[in-house]
Design a protein. Structure first.
Lengths: 265, 296
């Protein structure tokens, strides 16, 4: 488990920064809520008059916006964007490290199977995502119970929180797959940004075009907040899509990594 | 009874349609220092990368310690030390952290050997790798490749970036490792260093092995470099010396590499009206060139 230990240790700094970024978003946005809730009489008609398309693309649901949990579901879009970015970046960064630094010759001539290297690296990635997620979830829960005026529906909160983890893991798997497919990797940030933002823009595309099948290609819409809010469950086809992409990427990465030729740099 | 440490059978690698190596048959015995010579792009690195399972053969097979290099890569790597021509390392790490990480893959305590090698090579273990010069990074590579006292050492053009003094120390270390029992495969395009160190040499050209022989034999085979100048122009092919290698005729100046009966050569030369003659034993470099001359 030396590769796991090595990568796990190296990831702490990164996890600390991502957790701080996520905590800031949650703390700042959630502390607006009480002020905003007090102005409900002025705010509600204002939102009602906004075009539906705009609200949809911003992820706002006017009916639920004036509950703590509804408000949380609104900021969740940004939380999930950051979390997805973290997943993609560390997935790509950790598995693609030897590609970026031209060190494949170093690690792959060590007495360790390629599958073992990939599995240990993936474990380090997923454990750090889990650490970040646990911190985020505890903080969100604390913030929500502080500002929520009615009783917090815990199962819905948990579904919201879990959807963040599922997205993080999905994006990390995409990052891992991307890392094993690339022959050169100059900038982890560059590649991650382009993938995550392309998929985030699918969100807006879907809102504008209103084609239902587009949702399957728009990860940020797989866990529709208002659906979860009213049904206390995920949409199964979308959950299946998430599972398919995650497992597909991991299996794909494994097959490619264990068979590919490592060319001289 | 000898044992082949490395054995390849019709080992072939194509990168898509472009040629890597074709039908390479090698057998390197335990305790040998084996040189692998050829210009850039001839297939030296391809062969070494195939042996290390970094790339997969298109056809043919290779074994190390009698085990298939692909299916038993993990066991084989336990006993292999590898030094590539260019070395790269993780960002922001101290030399000793990198070496300890490298050592953590092997089932033995390497800390003593790391210190010994670092002292020999005058390498500061507490420095950050990013702050090291190219030559010093190369030293990290040497320690990294040898810290687990491997039974087989694979070196792919290892001397680039080392100053002559360090090269000598490095060659001394290799010779000691060899005395200890390690087998060494040393690829290079510089003949003199192979000549200095190796017992046997394989010459590779355009992906194919053209000759495998001992360094001694190669030198002993009577290759003669012949040069002379005549008073009147004449046709060299009328000399009757058979096929001449490296033949150049520049007006009245003639030179070639000759292999064969020296008395016949002398008789033939004596029949000419000469101004100047120069016959000497060909350098290994010149013999080597003769394998590489472009077929007319």
């Amino acid at each position: 488990m030396n590769v796991f230990r090595f990568e796990f240790k190296q990831l702490f700094k990164s996890t600390l920064s991502w957790s701080l970024a996520l905590a800031l978003v949650v703390i700042i946005f959630m502390s607006f809520y009480p002020v905003y809730y007090d102005q409900i009489a002025i705010m509600k008609p204002l939102f009602d008059n906004l075009p539906e398309l705009l609200l949809k693309s911003l992820g706002v649901n006017v009916d639920t916006l004036f509950t703590g949990l509804g408000f949380y579901s609104f900021i969740l879009m940004y939380v999930q964007l950051i979390a997805a970015m973290q997943g993609m970046m560390i997935g790509l960064g950790i598995v693609g490290k030897e590609v970026r630094l031209k060190m494949n010759d170093f690690i792959l001539t060590k007495p360790m199977t390629r599958s073992s290297i990939l599995i240990q690296k993936s474990l380090a990635i997923f454990s750090h995502l889990l650490i970040t997620w646990v911190l985020l979830t505890i903080l969100s829960y604390v913030m929500l119970t502080t500002v929520e005026t009615t009783e917090l529906k815990f199962n819905i909160f948990l579904l919201f929180a879990l959807s963040t983890l599922l997205l993080q893991v999905m994006f990390a798997s995409l990052g891992i797959l991307t890392a094993v497919l690339l022959r050169k990797l100059k900038s982890v940030v560059g590649v991650s940004m382009s993938v995550v933002f392309t998929l985030f823009v699918m969100n807006l595309m879907q809102a504008i075009l209103d084609e239902p099948w587009l949702r399957y290609f728009s990860p940020f819409q797989w866990f529709e907040k208002s659906y979860i809010f009213y049904n206390s469950s995920y949409e199964w086809p979308m959950l299946a899509m998430c599972a398919l992409v995650t497992i597909g990427s991991c299996v794909g990465a494994y097959v490619v990594y264990t068979h590919k030729d490592i060319h001289a740099v | 009874m000898f044992m082949a440490v490395i054995e390849t059978k019709k080992l072939t690698k194509y990168y898509g349609k472009s040629r890597g190596i074709i039908d390479v048959d090698l057998s390197i015995e335990e305790g040998e220092i084996f040189g692998f010579i050829g210009p850039n792009g001839a297939g030296k690195s391809t062969t070494i990368r195939l042996l290390l399972a970094l790339i997969h053969p298109t056809s043919g097979s290779a074994t190390i310690f009698g085990k298939d290099v692909i299916t038993h890569a993990k066991e084989i790597h336990q006993e292999i030390g590898y030094l590539p021509s260019e070395v790269f390392y993780y960002d922001n790490m101290k030399v000793k952290d990198l070496l300890n990480y490298s050592a953590s893959f092997y089932k033995k305590d390497c800390s003593k050997r790391i210190k010994e090698l670092a002292a020999r090579l005058d390498l500061d273990l507490n420095k950050k790798i990013d702050d090291l010069s190219y030559g010093n990074k190369k030293k990290v590579g040497i320690v990294q490749g040898l810290l687990h006292s491997p039974k087989l050492i694979l070196l792919d053009e290892p001397t680039s970036g080392l100053d002559p003094l360090m090269q000598n120390i490095f060659f001394d270390i290799l010779a000691e490792e060899n005395k200890r029992g390690a087998t060494v495969l040393f690829s290079s395009h510089i003949l003199s260093e192979v000549q200095k160190l190796c017992d046997r040499v394989a010459i590779i050209k355009d992906g194919k092995i053209v000759k495998i022989d001992s360094v001694q034999n190669m030198k002993e085979e009577a290759y003669l470099k012949v040069g002379f100048e005549t008073k009147v122009p004449f046709d060299v092919s009328t000399l009757g010396l058979g096929k001449l290698n490296e033949l150049t005729q520049n007006g009245l100046d003639v030179s070639f590499i000759y292999k064969g009966d020296i008395n016949l050569l002398m008789k033939k030369l004596a029949s000419l009206d000469l101004i100047r003659v120069n016959v000497h034993e060909a350098e290994l470099e010149e013999i080597f060139l003769h394998y590489y001359q472009k077929e007319a």
